[in-house]
Ligand binder design. Structure first.
Ligand code: AP5
Length: 218
């Protein structure tokens, strides 16, 4: 069997991180750990965390570092992640989260940090067309001639626009990315762990580039 991997994927909102992580997770047989998916699940379940996070997410803000670090610490201690590794999507998003992750990963450091690079004007187009299954999170692209109702072909759930995919929220998230998350490119670059991958093109071509980059960097 192909060896596991410990990966981080960075990139602007709409760069295709979620889309590619589903494939990378199957390829390397490691869990896809998406902090956005974890928070959306908490919102759906109406937990205390979900109730707190919903407004922050809809407004395009960031949930507090302490909460996010606690969530990820707990998830990475589970057996699947300990055994074969993981692909982290949406974490770290701040320097404080990156420093905490170094401490959490400890003796099993990250193999490579992938920067999925897509220009802002292209991610804006992708996000405005994005539709997702509210149950399983599968991504779809609206063509303007969408089925009504739109039923997910994977699980039968409702396919809709995400609550945080409004133009105001998306622009705020993109500004926050430049301010809070882009500095991580320098953080990991200085540690020799960053690999930039072109995220423009057919998803199959992007996937091939990502796999080749992981193999070349570990
Ligand atoms: P999160 O879920 O992480 O959202 P995000 O960062 O906004 O990222 P996206 O899901 O928008 O983009 P993506 O890169 O995954 O793109 P996708 O594959 O969908 O976080 C949501 C919120 O949770 C945050 O705003 C924050 O409030 C909170 N949060 C989460 N983690 C946190 C943390 N660590 N700290 C604090 N707060 C946190 O692709 C986009 C579209 O493009 C899709 O329609 C797709 O089909 C299409 N597409 C994909 N690839 C291609 C391609 N190659 N060509 C054409 N179209 C493509």
């Amino acid at each position: 069997m192909i060896p596991g991997a410990r990966l981080i994927i960075l990139g602007r909102q709409g760069a295709g991180k979620g889309t590619q992580c589903v494939r990378l997770s199957r390829h390397f047989v490691v869990p896809h750990i998406s902090t956005g998916d974890m928070l959306r699940a908490a919102v759906r379940e109406g937990t205390e965390l979900g109730q707190m996070a919903k407004k922050i997410m809809d407004d395009g803000g960031l949930v507090g570092d302490d909460i996010m670090i606690g969530l990820v610490r707990e998830r990475l201690s589970e057996r699947d992640a300990q055994k074969r590794g993981y692909i982290l999507d949406g974490f770290p998003r701040t320097t404080e989260q990156a420093e905490a992750l170094d401490e959490i990963a400890g003796e099993q450091p990250i193999d490579v940090v992938l920067d999925l690079n897509v220009p802002r004007e292209i991610v804006l187009e992708r996000i405005s067309a994005r539709r997702v299954c509210v149950d399983c999170g599968t991504n779809y692209t609206s063509t303007g001639d969408d089925p009504e109702p739109w039923i997910c072909e994977v699980c039968g759930g409702d396919v809709r626009q995400r609550d945080d995919d409004t133009p105001e929220s998306v622009n705020r998230r993109l500004d926050l990315y430049e301010d809070q998350t882009a500095p991580l490119l320098k953080f990991y670059g200085e540690r020799g762990r960053l690999a930039v991958v072109n995220g423009v093109g057919h998803p199959d071509a992007v996937f091939d580039r990502l796999v080749q980059t992981v193999e070349a960097n570990r």
